[in-house]
Design a binder for this molecule. Structure first.
Ligand SMILES: Cc1ncc(COP(=O)(O)O)c(C=O)c1O
Ligand SMILES: Nc1c(O)cccc1C(=O)C[C@H](N)C(=O)O
Length: 438
């Protein structure tokens, strides 16, 4: 009854018809891979047609021309993260963007151009280049980010075992912002604070403004991995003083498997030399003069590297237009209502399941982490019944009722299925996995 009433008063209810989720599937995995929409398929089809009909001329004669695709789609994403158009570009992938951006800011620190800082400041007030900078992260981060950060430190002769400083979690689920602040107070060598906007496992949403302020007070740059919030949670990167950020477009931005990455660089840093330079980051007006000297674009576009993968970028144009039409604030409001509803049902009907996601709205991203000792089998049983969720070790079933295409009735059905599986111990018939994609 309640689900039906909530669906009736949902101003975004009609958007579900514009996504292609199979009828027999309850898709709760849009935090890993968003579904196709008619709009995304249409913008992809258009670029395929342009390739067939225009060939090389597509770079200049397609409508719009392919040449500025990174900047153009960056402009479309900028309002979702509270940035001006020149501060966002699409290109590369999250991991590559972590490499190039963290590398860039490490180089700034090592060149003595870092932010002003007490304690380790040189006489002129800037970062002392003799101090090896540390990067502050947390122990619940997505591993790829740590792999990239360690590699960037190593490449500069800095020992990552010492200088990748890891904020511990008190409960194995969340990071307490006070622990980030305490780590900054305890170590005077942190040059970059690199945190997620939302944790991939528990879905905890971070207070970006608070962390950026703490970083700046300590004289460190503030960078963020926004993979688990971009497109689901509105951000204000400029107002929060964020220095740089990375995210993907295949989750809440629904641009397809392996779709192009995105990044933000605050305007005050434009003009820096990217750590991983390439011709696509060259000043656009002179890029095709083929000079051997790299002139960085005076925008976030400088952090593009090589030719953008047009077919992996094309769906984003349609998918982001759909989100823009829905409105990021309305999407966030619906997402919170959906996860509130899910959490209330779990509390009420699933005593063997606990909710690992913070309950306060301000600390909750777009998915809910359901913890069960047999989470992996439960996840397999759900997937087998057409309820698509995923499992993250050691015991988390992630359920993502994404706002653009999920109904409250869908959430009710998911809980019905979990209850039926657990009541019948049906999950016990499933084997645990031996690797592979989950
Ligand atoms: C938070 C986070 N960072 C980084 C990655 C890796 O991104 P990519 O494979 O696009 O480099 C993912 C997901 O794969 C993620 O969830
Ligand atoms: N990028 C992925 C992939 O190529 C295959 C399977 C899953 C993914 C993911 O995005 C996983 C995701 N980052 C996570 O939150 O676990």
């Amino acid at each position: 009854m309640l689900a039906a009433r909530l669906d009736e008063s949902d101003p975004l209810a009609s958007f579900a018809d514009r996504y292609r989720v199979p009828d027999d599937v309850l898709y709760m995995d849009g935090n890993s891979l968003g579904p196709a929409s008619d709009a995304a398929l249409a913008s992809l089809d258009r670029v395929v047609d342009e390739w067939r009909d225009l060939l090389i001329a597509g770079w200049t004669d397609a409508d719009p021309p392919w040449f500025g695709v990174g900047e153009r789609l960056g402009d479309a994403l900028a309002p979702l993260v509270g940035a001006s158009p020149s501060e966002v570009v699409v290109g590369n992938s999250i991991t590559v963007n972590v490499h190039t951006l963290v590398g860039t800011f490490l180089d700034e620190l090592l060149a003595g151009n870092g932010p002003e800082r007490e304690g380790v400041a040189a006489a002129d007030g800037s970062w002392d280049p003799a101090v090896e900078p540390a990067v502050l992260v947390n122990e619940l981060d997505f591993p790829s980010d740590h792999y990239a950060l360690r590699a960037q430190l190593r490449q500069r002769g800095i020992d990552p075992d010492e200088k990748l400083r890891v904020v511990p979690s008190r409960d194995g689920r969340t990071i307490d912002p006070r622990d980030v602040e305490a780590a900054l107070a305890a170590h005077d060598d942190v040059g970059i604070v690199f945190m997620p906007t939302a944790l991939y496992r528990s879905g905890q949403l971070f207070d970006v403004e608070r962390i950026a302020a703490a970083a700046h007070e300590a004289g460190a740059y503030a960078g963020f991995d926004a993979a688990h919030s971009a497109g689901a949670v509105p951000h204000e990167f400029d107002a929060a003083g964020v220095d740089f950020a990375v995210w993907c477009t295949y989750k809440y931005l629904n641009a397809g498997p392996g779709s192009i990455g995105a990044l933000f660089v605050a305007e005050r840093h434009h003009g820096l030399d990217p750590a991983l330079a390439g011709w696509w980051g060259h000043e656009k007006a002179t890029q095709f003069e083929m000079n051997m000297t790299f002139t960085a674009a005076d925008s976030a576009g400088a952090w593009q590297i090589g030719t953008p993968p047009l077919l992996s970028a094309a769906p984003l144009e349609g998918s982001v237009e759909l989100l823009r039409e829905a409105g990021i604030d309305r999407l966030r409001a619906k997402s919170l209502a959906l996860t509130d509803f899910l959490i209330a049902l779990v509390d009420d009907r699933l005593p063997a399941v606990s909710v690992g996601t913070p309950r306060e709205h301000a600390a909750r991203g777009g998915h809910v982490a359901l913890e069960h000792p047999d989470g992996e089998r439960l996840s397999a049983a759900l997937n087998d019944r057409g309820v698509i969720v995923d499992f993250r070790p050691p015991n988390v079933v992630r359920v993502c009722p994404a706002a653009p295409y999920t109904a409250f009735a869908d959430v009710l059905e998911v809980v019905d299925e979990i209850e039926a599986i657990l009541d019948a111990d049906a999950h016990e018939a499933y084997a645990t996995s031996e690797g592979g994609v989950t």
